[in-house]
Design a protein around this ligand. Structure first.
Ligand SMILES: N[C@@H](CCC(=O)N[C@@H](CS)C(=O)NCC(=O)O)C(=O)O
Length: 258
């Protein structure tokens, strides 16, 4: 039976648009739920959004995925848009993760810029971030610097092959060493946890480096009093759903997320 894809997101392009583009390129059929802001609070707590966020891709039979990059990779794989060998796959994922880092940073800078539009320092930081990321991507594309990235960590594999982006390296090594589930849905579910924890890690990084004492205190309370407990609650719920809470977050053995 052909898989059914139901994409849940807001009525904007945002994080769902690359997924929609892949469906369009493949000519695959899918349904969409474009949620309006007044419907969001109920949906957020309905249990349909594993980490209380969208996009979510529902696959039928109670299966669903969140985390836009995980959905994108899963759909790319299913629809024949990812390379077949594991190194080329990891290379493609390096771009996805580098662009994601870029999006996160741009969003933060855009928020700061909007709060203080006259602050030229913020505008130039915004431009500098765009230039820095484009240079990294350009280096990767043109195989400059021997194809190596100057983002650490880097995993060198011999024969001039190397990978950057910590979660790409983690997934590649997990795959090579037998720590990923064998089915594509199980694999994607493991990646949801890796990406959700990375979202938290990003917030933590911002808090650690914040120099303004007032802002740092606000970030700390948002992180420790809201974000961490909320995410642990989501993880606990998902854990309870897997094997009745006996064992692991995904499947029945240690995989790349746990
Ligand atoms: N890392 C996640 C981030 C998801 C995210 O931030 N989603 C936003 C919309 S773009 C959301 O659901 N916001 C509403 C909320 O958090 O209540 C991903 O890439 O999917």
């Amino acid at each position: 039976m052909a898989p059914s894809y139901h994409l849940v997101y807001f009525d904007i392009r945002g994080r769902a648009e690359p997924i929609r583009i892949l469906f369009a390129l493949a000519g695959a059929s899918y349904t969409e739920e474009r949620v309006n802001p007044s419907e969001w609070p109920a949906l957020k707590t309905s249990g349909r959004c594993p980490f209380g966020q969208v996009p979510v891709l529902e696959l039928g039979d109670g299966k669903s995925l969140c985390q836009s990059a995980v959905i994108l990779k899963y759909v790319a794989n299913e629809l024949g848009f990812s390379p077949s060998d594991s190194y080329a796959k990891a290379q493609a994922e390096m771009f996805v993760d580098s662009i994601k880092d870029f999006q996160n940073e741009l969003q933060r800078l855009a928020r700061e810029k909007a709060a203080d539009p006259k602050d030229e320092k913020k505008s130039s930081l915004y431009d500098a971030e765009i230039a820095k990321t484009l240079e990294i991507i350009d280096n990767l594309l043109q195989q400059k610097n021997g194809g190596k990235s100057y983002l650490l960590p880097v995993l060198e594999l011999g024969d001039g092959k190397s990978l950057c982006q910590s979660s790409v390296i983690l997934r590649y090594v997990a795959n090579e060493l037998g720590f990923t589930p064998s089915d594509s849905y199980g694999k994607a579910r493991a990646e949801v946890f890796v990406d959700a924890l990375k979202d938290l890690e990003n917030q933590f990084g911002r808090f650690i480096w914040e120099k303004d004492a007032d802002r740092k205190a606000k970030m700390k309370s948002s992180l420790y009093d809201e974000e961490i407990p909320k995410n642990l609650e989501f993880i606990d719920k998902l854990f309870q759903q897997n094997n009745g809470g006996k064992g692991y977050l995904v499947g029945d053995k240690i995989v790349n997320c746990c």
